[in-house]
Design a protein around this ligand. Structure first.
Ligand code: SF4
Length: 459
C-alpha cells in the first residue's frame, strides 16, 4: 500500500506540511492569463518554475500550454532580472507575436526584489513593446498564498490594465470567473444566453484549453476574453464575481476604478449555489428566468429524489480550493450526505466561517484551512473513522487505494483521468453530472465489495 505509513494518531505540527492541499501562486496566474485572447503568460524567474507550472497545467488539461520565461541565470539571480525581462519582451513580440504578455513573478524574482513596474516602463522606453501591444504584470510570490491567490492576482491585473469607464454605461453584466474548468465557463455562458442576459466573462478559458482539433497549430486559440471586451468591462452596469477567493479583489478594483457595482456569489456548483447565481444574473441583467432553466433545475431535483436513498448519510472527505469546496459541501448537505472531513491549503477566514455555517448540523465534522491543513492530516482523520466517499484532485488516489474508498475526481490537478475540461460541474446540468458521478462511484464500489447474495442486477 502506497501510504501505509500514515498513522491514525495525530501529532501537533507547527512547521511541517505533508502532502499539501495546494500548489504555488504562479500556476494560478498562468492559468488565468490563458483566459485572455492572444495572451502569452510569462514567468519572471528561472526556467524550472516555468517548466513546472506549464507541465502542471498541461498534465491537467492534456493540451500544450504555452508560456515564456525570463530564464534567470546565476547573474540575474544576484543582480536582478530586469535585463532578462526586457530582452524577453523584445524576443516574444518579435518571434511569437502575442497581443498581450501577462508577466507574473516567482519566488526568486520576488526575493531579489525586482520592481515589475519599473522594468516594464523600461521596456516601453526602450521601444520593445510594439504599438497596440500590451505588457501586463502581477506579483505572485509563492511563499505566501497559493495557486488560488495567484489566479486572483492575475484577474485583478486584467482590471488594472484594461478596464476603462466612459460616460456611457451599457446594459451588460460582467461575469468574473473563478477557478473552474473551461467546460464550466462554457456552461455558465450557455445559461446566460438562455436567460438572454448580455454578459462579458473574464477570464474565459473555453475554446483555449478545450479547443477543437482542426489539423492546424494555433499558438493563440480562438477563445479567451478579447481586449475590447476587457476594456468594456468598465462600462458594464454590474459585475458578478464567481468565487470570493478568486474574484472579489477584481470586483472591488473594478468598482473603485470604474464605478461598476458588484456582488460576489459562490461558483454555481450544486442546487442552491446555482439558484443564487441565476437569481443574481436575472436581477442585475433585468431578464426573467425562462422555463428552459427551470426545467434543468427540475431534472436535477428529480435525479436527487429518485436516488436519495443512495446519497443519504454517506460520509465524505474532500480537499481542494475554498471556492469549490464551499458550494460543493453545501450541495452534498442538500442531498443529505455528510461531508465530515474537509481540508484546503489556501488560508482564509471566509472558508472557516462558511464551513461552520454549512456544516452546523454535522457534529463530527472536522475542517481546516491553511498550510497545516494537508492531505496527510485528512488521511489520519480517515484512519480514525472511515468515510464512504472521497472527492478531490488526483492526489487523493493514494488514499482511495489504501482505504478502498470510492473516489470522485474534482478540482485541480486531475492528472490521471481525461474529460474533466469537457464535462461541466456548474449549473443545474453540471450538478446533475456531479450527482451522477457520485452515485455511480458509490454503486461501483458496492458491486465490487458487497456479499454475493446482495449483488443486484437492478439499481
Ligand atoms: S514555489 Fe516558487 S520556486 Fe517553487 S516552482 Fe513555485 S514559484 Fe518556483
Amino acid at each position: 500500500m502506497l501510504l501505509r505509513h500514515t498513522t491514525p494518531k495525530e501529532i501537533d505540527r507547527q512547521a511541517l506540511t505533508i502532502n499539501p492541499a495546494k500548489t504555488c501562486q504562479p500556476i494560478g496566474a498562468m492559468y488565468a492569463a490563458l483566459g485572455l485572447h492572444g495572451c502569452l503568460p510569462h514567468s519572471h524567474g528561472s526556467q524550472g518554475c516555468c517548466s513546472y507550472h506549464r507541465s502542471a497545467l498541461t498534465r491537467h488539461f492534456k493540451e500544450p500550454v504555452m508560456a515564456a520565461t525570463s530564464s534567470f541565470s546565476e547573474g540575474s539571480s544576484v543582480f536582478g532580472g530586469s535585463a532578462n525581462l526586457v530582452q524577453a519582451i523584445d524576443t516574444i513580440f518579435t518571434v511569437y507575436n502575442p497581443d498581450i504578455i501577462a508577466a507574473h513573478t516567482t519566488c526568486l524574482s520576488e526575493t531579489i526584489g525586482d520592481d515589475m513596474t519599473q522594468i516594464v516602463s523600461k521596456a516601453h522606453e526602450d521601444g520593445v513593446v510594439p504599438e497596440g501591444k500590451h505588457v501586463i504584470y502581477c506579483n505572485t510570490p509563492s511563499y505566501v498564498g497559493t495557486h488560488v491567490t495567484g489566479y486572483a492576482n492575475q484577474v485583478t491585473a486584467f482590471v488594472k490594465f484594461f478596464s476603462k469607464a466612459t460616460p456611457k454605461k451599457r446594459n451588460v453584466v460582467n461575469l468574473v470567473a473563478g477557478w473552474m474548468e473551461p467546460a464550466d465557463m462554457r456552461e455558465i455562458k450557455r445559461m446566460a444566453n438562455v436567460l438572454e442576459a448580455r454578459t462579458i466573462m473574464f477570464p474565459d478559458m473555453s475554446d483555449v484549453l478545450d479547443a477543437p482539433l482542426d489539423g492546424k497549430h494555433h499558438m493563440y486559440p480562438k477563445g479567451g476574453t478579447t481586449i475590447p471586451d476587457m476594456v468594456a468591462t468598465g462600462d458594464s452596469k454590474f459585475s458578478i464575481g464567481l468565487g470570493k477567493y478568486t474574484t472579489e479583489d477584481a470586483c472591488i478594483l473594478l468598482d473603485n476604478k470604474c464605478k461598476v457595482k458588484f456582488e460576489v456569489v459562490d461558483i454555481p456548483i450544486g442546487l442552491k449555489a446555482t439558484d443564487r447565481f441565476i437569481t443574481s444574473l436575472s436581477r442585475h441583467a433585468n431578464v426573467p428566468v425562462p422555463d428552459a432553466i427551470t426545467d434543468e433545475r427540475g431534472r436535477l431535483i428529480d435525479f436527487i429524489a429518485d436516488n436519495h436513498g443512495h446519497f443519504y448519510g454517506k460520509r465524505v472527505a474532500l480537499w481542494g480550493d475554498p471556492d469549490t469546496l464551499i458550494p460543493l459541501c453545501e450541495f452534498l448537505v442538500s442531498m443529505d450526505m455528510r461531508p465530515v472531513y474537509i481540508v484546503t491549503g489556501t488560508p482564509g477566514k471566509p472558508f472557516d466561517e462558511r464551513m461552520a455555517a454549512i456544516l452546523k448540523d454535522i457534529p463530527e465534522v472536522k475542517f481546516m484551512s491553511g498550510e497545516r491543513a494537508d492531505m496527510f492530516r485528512m488521511h489520519q482523520w480517515i484512519k480514525q473513522e472511515g468515510v464512504d466517499l472521497l472527492i478531490g484532485n488526483t492526489y487523493g488516489k493514494y488514499i482511495a487505494r489504501d482505504e478502498n474508498t470510492p473516489f470522485v475526481r474534482l478540482g485541480f490537478p486531475i492528472a490521471d483521468r481525461a474529460g474533466h475540461n469537457f464535462n461541466p460541474k456548474t449549473g443545474y446540468v453540471g450538478a446533475t453530472n456531479l450527482a451522477i458521478d457520485i452515485l455511480n462511484a458509490l454503486l461501483d464500489h458496492r458491486d465490487r465489495t458487497c456479499a454475493e447474495e446482495k449483488f443486484e442486477f437492478q439499481l
